[in-house]
Design a binder for this molecule. Structure first.
Ligand SMILES: *[C@@H]1O[C@H](CO)[C@@H](O)[C@H](O)[C@H]1NC(C)=O
Ligand SMILES: *[C@@H]1O[C@H](CO)[C@@H](O)[C@H](O)[C@H]1NC(C)=O
Ligand SMILES: *[C@@H]1O[C@H](CO)[C@@H](O)[C@H](O)[C@H]1NC(C)=O
Ligand SMILES: *[C@@H]1O[C@H](CO)[C@@H](O)[C@H](O)[C@H]1NC(C)=O
Ligand SMILES: *[C@@H]1O[C@H](CO)[C@@H](O)[C@H](O)[C@H]1NC(C)=O
Ligand SMILES: *[C@@H]1O[C@H](CO)[C@@H](O)[C@H](O)[C@H]1NC(C)=O
Ligand SMILES: *[C@@H]1O[C@H](CO)[C@@H](O)[C@H](O)[C@H]1NC(C)=O
Length: 393
């Protein structure tokens, strides 16, 4: 082994000690930037219909400042947004139903799952714009990740529509979309102590159904009279991909002038639509949370707030001893390597600066003898000679 091999060994040792993992190795007091991510609602992903609106998908990106790790969270409709609006209409071939005089009513098959997605990366090819919103600490990020499943369980469904009173502006039924998740996340991050970095609230999509009276839940939707109304409504608004989109929207405005049966999480709401403007699609700013940051509004279990490690359990003295031990181990290791391969030493001579340490031992002996001589009154004779010291490596 020559000095180049030795240099390589040292480089490998240094790299092993300094390299970090790409995820989950951020510190609790590390700064993390929070980004508002936007992507166009892609035709391939969400179907023909919504690609024609000024429609976007939104999520949040997190970038840790020192360790440079990336995370994404977003709320998605599963399998698609269109499936959450339009049920599959399945003809009922049930024998009991087909024997009756009237034509059997079809079944409606729904796929309206909404769920929070968590990824340990930010897909730069998917998200087309990002805006820095907040700075949080690693500790606050951990608390936010603890809040995610609570949101996920509270909103297991996707609902594109807000339902709003056309006169008073009251929201009767809130939507459950990617934007609602993002704004709930802003509220959570702010309540947990996140620092807001922008003064202009960003835009979001709204799809609002305007009603004239408070919606009623349909008590027994499967009752033939009720089910007939519901299935007729969904057959009427079903989108035929061959129809032009302008035609479809034009017809929809006529069709929605009356009753809308909104399906949310297994229930049907009977909406009385406003005659003039039955719906409103807009892309406009939504205010950000402000005021006093209060984590108690989040209803999170106390287990989400781990007590920070106690300072007293490892005092300055212990830290000093640990640093000393680590330092002296590294010093010994490197010293032995240098003595063996660079200076070709053997046996006990491998110990770095052996003579200094030997004289250090005799210095301690001197100290002891000096004190003893003071107490006993005997003559003090030093043991050590300081001539043979060599520079420390
Ligand atoms: C379902 O029934 C209706 C009317 O009975 C018919 O027009 C339609 O083609 C049927 N659809 C399927 C998929 O069988
Ligand atoms: C949210 O819930 C869904 C379905 O239960 C699950 O697949 C998903 O992993 C959950 N997401 C998070 C971030 O917990
Ligand atoms: C829905 O409401 C309208 C108007 O109030 C009513 O005529 C209709 O019977 C209701 N339908 C159901 C299924 O509740
Ligand atoms: C749509 O049009 C294509 C041909 O242009 C036809 O093959 C298909 O059956 C049509 N689909 C419906 C649902 O009408
Ligand atoms: C939709 O509108 C077009 C013209 O705008 C009309 O020809 C067509 O019949 C309408 N379809 C329905 C189902 O009302
Ligand atoms: C809705 O229906 C009412 C009464 O039937 C009519 O006056 C109004 O113009 C309709 N609105 C639209 C947008 O078709
Ligand atoms: C549609 O919604 C936007 C944003 O909430 C609002 O500014 C606008 O006035 C609404 N338009 C109508 C016709 O209600």
């Amino acid at each position: 082994m020559n000095r180049y091999t030795l240099a390589s060994v040292l480089v490998i040792v240094v790299v092993l000690f300094s390299s970090s993992f790409t995820v989950n190795s951020y510190d609790l007091d590390e700064s993390i930037d929070v980004y508002y991510l936007i992507a166009p609602l892609m035709k391939s992903k969400y179907g023909y219909l919504l690609a024609n609106f000024n429609a976007f998908h939104a999520g949040l990106g997190f970038i840790t400042k020192s360790t440079n790790e990336e995370y994404t969270v977003d709320f998605i409709a599963y399998p698609t947004i269109t499936a959450s609006i339009f049920p599959q209409i399945v003809n009922n071939t049930d024998s009991a139903a087909s024997t009756s005089a009237e034509e059997p009513l079809p079944d409606l098959v729904w796929n309206t799952i909404g769920m929070v997605q968590y990824q340990e990366q930010i897909d730069g090819t998917y998200w087309t714009s990002r805006e820095k919103m907040y700075t949080i600490t690693g500790q606050q990020f951990k608390e936010y990740l603890c809040w995610l499943p609570i949101y996920n369980q509270s909103f297991p469904y996707y609902n594109l529509f807000d339902v709003q009173d056309t006169d008073t502006g009251d929201i009767f039924i809130p939507s459950s979309t990617c934007y609602d998740f993002v704004w709930s996340s802003f509220t959570a991050l702010y309540a947990l102590g996140g620092q807001l970095l922008t003064s202009t609230p960003p835009n979001r999509d709204y799809v609002t159904l305007m009603v004239t009276t408070e919606p009623n839940i349909v008590d027994h939707p499967m009752e033939p009279d009720h089910w007939k109304q519901i299935t007729q409504f969904y057959s009427a608004i079903a989108y035929n991909p061959n129809e032009s989109f302008q035609n479809y929207i034009g017809n929809l405005t006529i069709l929605l002038n009356g009753t809308f049966f909104l399906h949310i999480d297994g229930k049907y709401y009977n909406l009385t639509m406003a005659p003039l403007n039955p719906w409103n699609v807009s892309y406009s700013p939504q205010p950000l949370p402000y005021g006093t940051a209060d984590p108690s509004i989040l209803n999170m279990p106390s287990t989400c707030f781990p007590t920070p490690p106690k300072k007293s359990s490892i005092g300055g003295g212990w830290i000093f001893i640990i640093i000393l031990l680590c330092g002296s181990t590294t010093y010994l290791l490197i010293g032995v390597l240098v003595n063996k391969f660079l200076f070709k030493q053997h046996g006990i001579d491998l110990i770095p600066n052996r003579k200094v340490w030997l004289s250090f031992g005799s210095l301690i002996g001197d100290g002891k003898n000096f004190i003893v001589s003071k107490v006993t009154g005997n003559k003090f004779i030093p043991l050590s000679k300081h001539s043979e010291t060599q520079p420390l490596i």
